[in-house]
Design a binder for this molecule. Sequence first.
Ligand code: NAP
Length: 249
Amino acid sequence: MKLKDKVAIVTGAGSGIGAATARLFAAEGARVVLVDRDAEGLRKVSGEIAGSLAIEADVSDNAQAHDGVALVMKQWGRIDVLMTAAGISLGGTVDTIDEATWDRTFAVNVKGSYLWIHHAIKPMIVAKSGTIVTVGSQLAQSSIGRNAAYIASKGAIASFTKTIAVDHAAQGIRINALMPGVIDTPMPARSLQRQADPEASRAFWRQRHPMGRIGQPEEVAKAALFLASDDSSFVTGTLLFVDGGWTAH
Ligand code: NAP
């Protein structure tokens, strides 16, 4: 087992990529902490993972991040892995996105990652070990437009991941970003609902990946396991695209 006895926090664990990753980390022996604002999703996923700890929290709230990390330390005394998968995607072009949408997108996607890393990295620094996996998007490198705040936030995640990887490499902490393509979760399903012709958009997404399909959350979870475990022992500050070839052309 690749994460035996490790303590792993996953934000956004109530759905999609975060939920699939939490399940895989648990199957690989980790004690898993599930963080999400969606109480129902949390209940469902924590019910599937024996011994998991569920924390209902808004990742953009500093006090909740502080208290969540403190609870994990009180309960298990260590944090070995953090994956920051909580995110929102609200659509829009720069002329139509209002200030509240821009601020909320950055609050969840960027500040939410910063806050959980800010608090969880402290015990990792003391332990001189740990792995952190952030979640960007293939769109940060190869945009198809109409989602300006989201795509900018994912570009910020890519830069943030690289610079903190440099800062903390000497402390034994490795930090990498996953850059998924379109993955079959509620997030793109909600985006489709905003499209004039959802079926045409779905077909476009499929063929935009050279592999001719969209990805499954379990396929991203396997890449997360690679980055979280010793299998990636000489990998830090990298952007790992799990995108069926989207960014290759
Ligand atoms: P998802 O199924 O919507 O899961 C995201 C989870 O995060 C949901 O449970 C959501 O709760 C939660 N969340 C949102 N805002 C939160 C907040 N402020 N505090 C705590 N939890 C919050 O989406 P997903 O597809 O798994 O996405 C996971 C990550 O992958 C995101 O960062 C996303 O940007 C990234 N990503 C996804 C794709 C894709 O095609 N699916 C592609 C590239 C990157 P609610 O349901 O209540 O919002």
